[in-house]
Structure formats: C-alpha cells, structure tokens
Design a protein around this ligand. Structure first.
Ligand code: PLP
Length: 730
C-alpha cells in the first residue's frame, strides 16, 4: 500500500520552496551580483512552473479533482489573505487599492501580497485549461496555452521587443491597466498546467541519460537567454523565459524517474514555507533593527536568507504538527472498506480478454456498486474506457450523472410513472419491462431512450419471448427510442447438465426472437444477454455488451461455483476495523448477549469496532467467523452486536488497542475471502457485499498506476460532465 511513485516530485517541492525564499531574499547578493542574478532571476524561476506542472499532472492522473483543487487552494488563499491583512493595513497598501477595480486586480491577479499572486493564478490557470480541454484536443490546448505564454513573455522578459512596436506597445498599455504583471493566471500559468497534464496523459518515460542531457543543454541555454536579455535591458520583469519550457519538460521527467516512498509531509511543509516566508522576512528585519543587528542579519544576504529560512521552517513545522493532530482525529475510522482499483483494472482486463472483440462491457454498478462505492468505481471504469453502465433504480442513475459519469446508463428495474421525466433530464435509458409499461412510457409524448427486455425463461422482468404480438406492440411505440434489446440467464452459474441445457434454450429463444423482430422490420439496437457467469461459461456469444457485475469486483457469487473459462480475478474490496480494547477473562465466563458463548479456559478477548449494522452477518457469531489480526486468524466469540464484535486473541500475544482487524481481505500470509464469509453466513457474496453498511467509509487504495496511458485527461472530463448535469438540474 502507500504511494511509492512520486518521491522525486515531493522532494523537489521542498527545493522549490527554498528557491522561492531565495527569490525574495537574494542569498548570493553580497557574494556576487552575477551569481545572484543567475540564481534568483533565472534558475530559481523553475519553482513556480514546477508547482503548476504538478497540479496539471495530478489533475489528469485523477489524484486530485478539479473541485477539490479549487476548494483547497481557495481556502489556503483566504487564510493567507487574512494572515497578511495586518501588514497591508499597516503599510497603507489596502487604502491605496480600495476601489472595486483595485480589489479585483488585487484578488485575481496580484494576490493582495506580493508572493500570493501564485494562488489565484493557479486557480485561474486550472479553470482555463479545463475549459480548453472540454472544447479542444489536448495537443491544441498545449498550443493555445503556449500562445498565451508568448503574450506573457512579451510583457515580461521580452518587454524590450514590445516596446519597439507601436501596436504592441498600445496593447500592453491596455493590459497593464488590468494587471501589473503578465505572470498571472491568464497568461503565464496555463501553459505549465497543460504541460504537466500532457506529461501525465502521455505516460511516457525517458531514461535518466536523456533527461539529464536535455536538462543540462536547456539549462545552459536558459542561463544564456537570461544573461542576454538582462544585458540588453529587455526585461520589465524576469519571471519567464522561453527556455523554461524545455528545462521544465526534462526536469519533470527526471523527477518522475526518482521513485521511492512519497512524502506527503514534504508537500505540506513546502506549501507552508511558501505562505509564511514573507512574514518571516518582516520579522527578521524588524528584529534586526530592534536589536541593532542590521549588518549581520540584513546586509549579509546569506545570513539573512538563512535566518528567514530557519524561521519559516520552524513556523511551518509548528503549523504542521497542529494540522496533523487534527488530521489524525479525522482519519481514524472505526471500520472501513478498502477499494483496490488495480484489482478492478485487472478484472476488466480479464473480461476483455475472454469476450469477442466486438462485445463491450456494461458495468453493473447497482446497489452502490455491490457495496464498493458506485461513483468511485464508475469514475475509474470511465477512465478505463468503459462507457456503459447498469443500475437498478433511477436514483442510482441520477447520482452517477451528478457525479460526472459519462456514457449510457441503463436502469434495469422499474421506474415509477411519476419519475419518468427524470429519465430525459438526466439522459438515462429505461428498461421496458412489458407491453403495458411501454405504452405508459409512450404516452408521455417525449422521446425516451429504452432497452427492451425479453423474458426467455427466468420469468422476472420482460415481455415473453413467444408473445410476438406484444413485442411488436412495444417496437411500434413511436416515442420510444429503442437502443437495445436484452434478456437475462437464470442458471448460467451452474454447469449441471440440465441447467446447461436450460441456458441453451434461453440463448436460442433470445436469438430467435431477435431474428423474428428483424424480419418484421424492427431494429433491436444493441443486444446483450450475459451477466458475469454468462461470460465465464458462455463467452463466445455474439452480443454488443456483457453486463458484468459480481466478477468485475473480483469475486464469484459462491465458492462452490466452477466456471468453464478459468480467470484470474482479483478481489477489489477488503473490510477492516479496529481493535478498540483487549481484556483478560477467567475460566467459564459468559461472553456477550444471551450467554451463548462460554470461555473454557482463561481467555484474552479483543473487542472490534464493527457489527451487523456495518454488514457483518450475525450468522458468523460464536466461532463461525474469523478475523485476521497481526497476520493471524482469531475466531469470533459471543454473539455479533450491532456495532461491535468480540474475538479470541489468546494466541495472538501483543494484540493492542488500535490494531487493525481484517474481516475480508489479506493481512500478512492470511486471507479471508468474501466467498468464505458468504458461505459461513449461508448466502452469496452478492448479498454480503451489497449489504455492507452505509456508515462504513470506502477508502480508495492503489490508484491505478497507468491511468496516464489513455490519452485524454480523464477526470477533467468527468468533472466537466457533472457540471453539465448540475446546471441542468438547478
Ligand atoms: C444484477 C444484474 C446483472 C449482473 O449480474 P452479475 O451476476 O453480478 O454479473 C446483470 N443483469 C441483470 C439484469 C441484473 O439484474
């Protein structure tokens, strides 16, 4: 578990923070003005682009969401504005700019305090890049943002050129009414966000040799560029250079090659140093003046830098400790479910291998994706290229749409007449369960997308296969946009000869009915018949979709089942809870409700914070079920309660409060499968998983590593799509 991928990025965040401090303190100034220029006016300029690229990179990888990023950055910006408000009041800056235009300029472009421009600029840049992505191809987006960067350069390091041309001059005079610098969210930041995004989407790796060579050449050219522009007196400001683009490209790839344990702490630390260091500059200067140490602490630029940096780090660490304490309180769940997205990807890959090329996957995500968390699972599936979903109810469909899930969403169940208008509003596809239902839908005088269900022998939903009159009646409903026709196999999970025979009957009936409909001149649309076991036992059927549910989650309905096609499924879900206390009890003590369990000998008990309200079947009480603690199995004793259960840990010495108990999943060399728990409880995994409690949080682990392989910035698409539906519904 845990990220072992982006250590290089994390460590460079800290270096970037130091570079930004150096930009504002000039450590080398008293040693050599040239060295100072090269460090703080040229090389240190990689810091801001680097932060922007990480933003674009993680947005496209889907590790950050657009809304999440904007919310977090805006919150940080708000806090920083408040932190610097007293300084702005003291210096009179706030009075000077106190007009609507001044406030707008300050808040959106200049950041209200000199270094804070970065925060609104990153938000604005991200919004611009996402807006462009929704309309244009990623490559075009990169091109457009480069043009913006060109405009930024001509108002920054290359201002000398603009000054020579009257029309450019006039253009920039107008621009500088709206902002004081072109290093802002409109012109500068989009290109680096898009570049980071492009690197994530390309998912390519370059060898260290290529990266280092590219970086060295580009860095030398960058220094030459900076020195040339400076000597020519071209620079109005010096935050941007052309060569920053190749430097950043190779630097970022080099950092991606540095693997290891990612350090979340470094991310927070570097952000805090960035926020607080100007305050520390003020403090150091004030202190130096007060105690007459200006020569040492201000005039000596190196000591000044060191003093500012040390105080900044100290303040940041103090704030971090405080934040961490708050964080710990929040993260400590009493019980939780872990969702392994790599497992999901593996299972989808297995299905794609087995199915004919032309058969797509319709992911069945009803009942909160069999307890796994429907939005998270569907979003990942979208990212894997799955574009058809099935749910049981209209509410489930709406929830997916509101969360930006793209593609066709089929409602397998019955939608009440009162709710029919929601189908169109949220672009959902309805199952036609029989002729009278078709007529009801048809009477709405609205075009409604449907799939027609045929009953081929299960006798649940669907119009009977041999009632051609009724089927014809359905297909003649002019307001129904018939996008598909399907049926459901009732015994595909069994390889018993009579069941196989029955399934063959169903298959035959389905295809015959389709033929008859076609002969009558109707278009059945997309056809689908198999669910998980349909695929695992009858993979060869010619369909447009397979409706995969349980096996997509990496488990079979029952461990008794054998399948014709051997597959390597990887369970997606684990369930864990905490040991909340341990205690010794003597011989022959009664344990739990109803005194159904009595300790034979002296026993050490652990109480686990999970119960039947969390979905643990109470049939696992009194020794029937087990959990794993510290890599060893412990039996459940006493009756399972609503919120707790007790296990015998006499043979697992060292079990302590706070330890993790695994109810489903791996711990060390031990494993408890969902199938075995379901068997103990006398039910199917489908029931066990879909009944896991709503109060148990679903935590994502093993974010897919190669999300980057698909070329489009995926999660941005989902976010944009969810905006569409929330605007529609508001
Ligand atoms: C639930 C359901 C499925 C999925 O079945 P699994 O066995 O979980 O793959 C497929 N089709 C219909 C009609 C369903 O109701």
């Amino acid at each position: 578990m845990g990220e072992k991928r982006y250590a290089g990025l994390d460590y460079f965040r800290l270096i970037s923070a130091l570079l930004i401090v150096s930009i504002h303190t000039f450590p080398l100034l008293s040693i050599s003005p040239e060295a100072n220029f090269f460090l703080t006016h040229v090389l240190a300029r990689v810091a801001v682009p680097f932060f922007l690229m990480t933003t674009g990179f993680f947005l496209v990888l889907g590790k950050t969401t657009l809304n999440g990023f904007i919310k977090k950055t805006a919150l940080l910006y708000g806090a920083a504005i408040l932190l610097y408000l007293p300084v702005n009041i003291y210096t009179g800056a706030i009075k000077q700019q106190f007009s609507p235009a001044g406030i707008f300029k300050g808040l959106v472009f200049e950041g209200t305090f000199y270094h804070l421009w970065y925060l609104p600029a990153s938000i604005l840049g991200v919004i611009i890049v996402c807006g462009l992505y929704s309309k244009l191809k990623p490559r075009v987006v990169l091109g457009v943002t480069m043009l913006l960067y060109l405009l930024a350069l001509l108002g920054d390091s290359y201002y000398g050129i603009s000054e020579q041309f009257a029309f450019l001059n006039r253009f920039y005079n107008v621009l500088f009414i709206f902002f004081d610098h072109t290093r802002n969210g409109l012109l500068m930041t989009p290109v680096f966000i898009a570049l980071g995004g492009a690197i994530a989407a390309a998912g390519r790796q370059y060898s260290n040799k290529i990266c280092l060579t590219g970086l060295s050449v580009a860095a030398v050219l960058l220094l030459a560029e900076g020195s040339f522009l400076n000597r020519q007196g071209m620079q109005r400001h010096d935050s941007m250079y052309i060569m920053l683009l190749p430097v950043m490209f190779f630097l970022f790839h080099l950092l991606l090659n540095c693997r290891g344990k990612a350090e979340k702490k470094l991310r927070t630390l570097s952000m805090l140093i960035y926020i607080v260091h100007p305050m520390c500059i003020i403090v150091v200067r004030g202190f130096a003046k007060a105690v007459n140490l200006t020569e040492l602490l201000i005039d000596n630029s190196m000591l000044h830098f060191i003093a500012v940096l040390s105080i900044s780090i100290l303040c940041s660490v103090i704030v971090m400790t405080f934040l961490e304490k708050k964080d710990r309180g929040r993260k400590a769940d009493r019980a939780w479910v872990e969702i392994d997205l790599e497992g999901l990807e593996n299972n989808i890959g297995q299905f794609r291998k087995i199915l004919p090329e032309s058969c797509g996957i319709m992911a069945v995500v009803k009942a909160n994706a069999y307890g796994h968390g429907d939005v998270e699972i569907s979003r990942e599936l979208n990212n894997m290229g799955v574009n058809a979903f099935a749910v049981a109810t209209v509410k489930e469909g709406i929830r997916l749409r509101k969360n930006g899930i793209r593609g066709e969403i089929l409602i397998l169940g019955y939608t009440l007449p009162d709710e029919v208008s929601l189908l169109k509003q949220y672009d959902l596809t309805q199952t036609v369960v029989d002729l009278s239902y078709a007529r009801m839908l048809n009477s709405r005088n609205k075009k409604i997308k449907v799939h027609v269900k045929i009953d081929t022998g299960m006798h649940r939903l669907g119009e009977s296969f041999d009632n051609m009159d009724n089927l014809t009646g359905i297909f003649q409903c002019g307001n129904l946009l018939i996008r598909g026709t399907f049926s459901h196999l009732s015994a595909a999970d069994s390889l018993a000869p009579e069941d196989v025979k029955f399934t063959h009957f169903q298959i035959e009936r389905f295809y015959k009915t389709l033929d008859r409909l076609k002969e009558a001149g109707f278009n059945p649309g997309k056809i689908h018949l198999q669910s998980s076991y349909g695929v695992l036992n009858y993979p060869y059927l010619k369909c447009d979709y397979a409706r995969t549910g349980i096996a997509m989650y990496g488990v079979l309905s029952s461990r008794e089942h054998e399948t014709r096609v051997p597959v390597l499924l990887q369970p997606v879900l684990s369930m864990k809870a905490r040991v909340i206390l341990t205690k010794e009890i003597g011989e022959n003590e009664r344990i739990g409700y109803g005194h159904q369990c009595i300790s034979g000998k002296k026993t050490r008990l652990a109480v686990i914070s999970v119960g039947y309200a969390d979905g643990i079947p109470s049939n696992l009480s009194c020794g029937k079920g087990q959990v794993i603690i510290n890599g060893r199995k412990a039996g459940i004793v006493g009756r399972i309660c609503m919120d707790q259960l007790m296990v015998d840990v006499t043979d697992i010495p060292g079990t302590r409060q706070g330890d993790i108990a695994t109810l489903i999943g791996h711990d060390g060399n031990e494993f408890i499968s969902a199938e075995s728990v379901a068997a103990q409880a006398g039910t199917l995994t489908n029931e066990l998983l879909s009944r896991l409690g709503v109060r148990v949080p679903r935590n994502i682990i093993n974010n897919r590593t190669n999300a980057a392989k698909s070329r489009v910035p995926l999660n941005l698409k989902n976010t944009l799509s969810s905006w569409k539906f929330s605007i529609k519904s508001s």
